[in-house]
Ligand binder design. Structure first.
Ligand code: FES
Length: 103
């Protein structure tokens, strides 16, 4: 199976320590910038309708502002309940000023 590279945004679109939501190719994604490194997971919380790009970020953890569950931004693993299902994460590639995922 060949790998598809999907362009998400420019590195300058995401301030360090924040996230943005990107809708593309039928995916709703949260793109995080942690100390200049980019991480991408599904934007919609695995627990319900929360949007993780809108949640507060503390270190490597994002809190869902819907029921206050949280996930590790780098791995998608659940950090705090009521979330039970890990968040799907994506392989990120940055080339110059542009952030891509590989799917
Ligand atoms: S929708 Fe995210 S914790 Fe419930």
């Amino acid at each position: 199976m060949s790998v598809q590279k999907i362009e998400l945004c420019k590195t300058s679109d995401v301030t360090e320590g924040t996230a943005i939501k990107v809708d593309t190719h039928g995916l709703e994604l949260a793109v995080f910038n942690l100390n200049g490194a980019f991480y991408v997971m599904d934007d919609q919380c695995s627990h319900g309708p929360g949007s993780l790009s809108e949640g507060p970020i503390c270190g490597d953890v994002v809190e869902c502002d819907f029921h206050n569950g949280s996930f590790n931004i780098k791995t998608g693993e659940v950090v705090d309940p009521p979330c039970m299902i890990p968040q799907k994460t994506y392989k990120v590639v940055t080339e110059g000023e542009t952030v891509f995922i590989e799917v």
